[in-house]
Design a protein around this ligand. Structure first.
Ligand SMILES: NC(=O)C1=CN([C@@H]2O[C@H](COP(=O)(O)OP(=O)(O)OC[C@H]3O[C@@H](n4cnc5c(N)ncnc54)[C@H](OP(=O)(O)O)[C@@H]3O)[C@@H](O)[C@H]2O)C=CC1
Ligand SMILES: CC(=O)N[C@@H](CCC(=O)OP(=O)(O)O)C(=O)O
Length: 353
């Protein structure tokens, strides 16, 4: 979009690609009340032609326009496009649109890792990068604000990595996080698995149940390790185990870590306070947060506790996987890319209870 046009019509135009899914509809929920943007198209391949509000009844009378196919999006008329698509599918759209002048926020994992070697090493298969891969910036505003502000392609972080990296970043940046025996034990609601029903997310298998999965192998392990390695400036290896909670949304991550210096509660709290000063979406708590205390909001509630008995830090972080772990963080990235106030449109109070 040219600048003259922008001056005439002051709202930025955005498209949401993949809006029959959970993160796509969450993007619509946030963006519809964003004062600086106008949603110009919402896509779905399987529901093309239906009204968005017929698919997601909560939008009745609010977003009633028709869903179009992704091929119908005219990126030349759009400032920002959000890709709320599965891994692999996003990559194809990035290849197509990366040189069209539109800013892209990709919610998939296609561009989160730093090099082909890192993907290939973890997945044990070839990972062909499209043109433009090296332009992707990891969209965690608390760590990469400056790079995000200059980016045209954002790799929006995974939900578990958001909670995990925010839990431990202050320790790794200070160079005192000790990876020996470090553990991230994380639990997610079922919307983390997407809108498509599966055996794992079937009501009878989730309700009244609780289980670990991806043990030792979950793809978010390498994403978390990379981000913490960049902060520590040396390779980080740690334990990450995800669990499926019988709730629809929310992630609670509990991390256990030794610290390479004299520590007490006061020093630990001061370190976190300093790291997260002027970071509007990280709320430092003085007691354990719960997932309901962040539900529907873009807040990450972080509680760093010093356990003097074992000489370890226990850090508990709660986020909403669909907001801070996906759509909210994506809009935060958009705000920064567009040079807007970073919090605009994102200050919803959590829905407790
Ligand atoms: N759910 C979560 O908590 C989080 C998800 N993510 C990531 O965000 C992305 C979206 O996640 P989520 O919303 O949960 O996923 P869903 O499975 O809920 O939705 C995916 C969307 O992609 C569309 N789609 C599927 N295949 C194609 C295709 N070949 N071409 C075009 N569109 C297609 C689907 O709709 P249709 O077929 O109608 O087009 C659907 O709207 C994923 O990469 C996910 O890993 C990231 C962080 C958190
Ligand atoms: C509960 C659940 O299944 N969660 C998903 C993570 C969702 C997410 O953030 O991840 P990506 O964007 O990396 O897919 C999982 O474990 O695969």
């Amino acid at each position: 979009m040219d600048q003259l046009n922008k001056m005439r019509n002051s709202k930025y135009k955005v498209s949401i690609v993949g809006a029959s899914g959970y993160t796509g509809s969450e993007l619509a929920r946030i963006l519809i009340h964003h004062p600086e943007v106008e949603i110009v198209s919402i896509t779905s391949e399987s529901h093309k032609g239906k009204r968005f509000s017929d698919l997601h009844g909560q939008f009745s009378g609010i977003i009633d326009f028709e869903l179009v196919g992704a091929d119908d999006v005219n990126v030349a008329e759009v400032d920002v496009v959000f890709l709320a698509l599965p891994h692999g599918v996003s990559m194809e759209f990035v290849k197509r649109w990366i040189d069209e002048g539109v800013k892209i926020v990709d919610l998939s994992g296609d561009f989160r890792l730093s090099s082909p070697e890192v993907y290939e090493d973890w997945y044990k298969k070839d990972h062909t990068f499209p043109k433009g891969f090296d332009k992707a910036v990891y969209g965690m505003p608390e760590l990469h604000f400056e790079s995000i502000s200059e980016a045209s392609l954002i790799a929006n972080p995974g939900c578990y990595p958001t909670a995990s990296v925010l839990s431990l970043a202050p320790l790794f940046e200070a160079g005192i996080g000790n990876t020996d025996g470090a553990i991230i034990d994380a639990k997610s609601g079922t919307t983390g698995a997407g809108v498509k029903a599966s055996n794992t997310t079937h009501f009878s298998n989730v309700n009244d149940n609780f289980k670990a999965y991806g043990i030792g192998t979950h793809r978010h392990t390498v994403e978390i390790q990379e981000q913490l390695s960049f902060l520590l400036k040396k390779s980080v290896i740690l334990q990450f185990t995800p669990h499926l909670l019988p709730v629809d949304r929310g992630i609670l991550a509990t991390s256990y870590i030794s610290i390479d210096t004299e520590m007490d509660q006061e020093k630990l709290t001061a370190l976190y306070k300093d790291f997260y000063k002027n970071k509007p979406f990280v709320r430092l708590r003085n007691q354990a947060p719960s997932i309901k205390e962040v539900r529907g909001s873009n807040y990450a509630d972080v509680y760093p506790y010093w356990d003097k008995r074992t000489g370890k830090a226990i850090v508990i972080t709660a986020i909403d996987n669909l907001v801070k772990g996906a759509a909210g963080q994506a809009v935060h990235n958009m705000n920064i890319m567009l040079g807007l106030n970073e919090s605009i449109g994102l200050l919803q109070v959590p829905m407790q209870p």
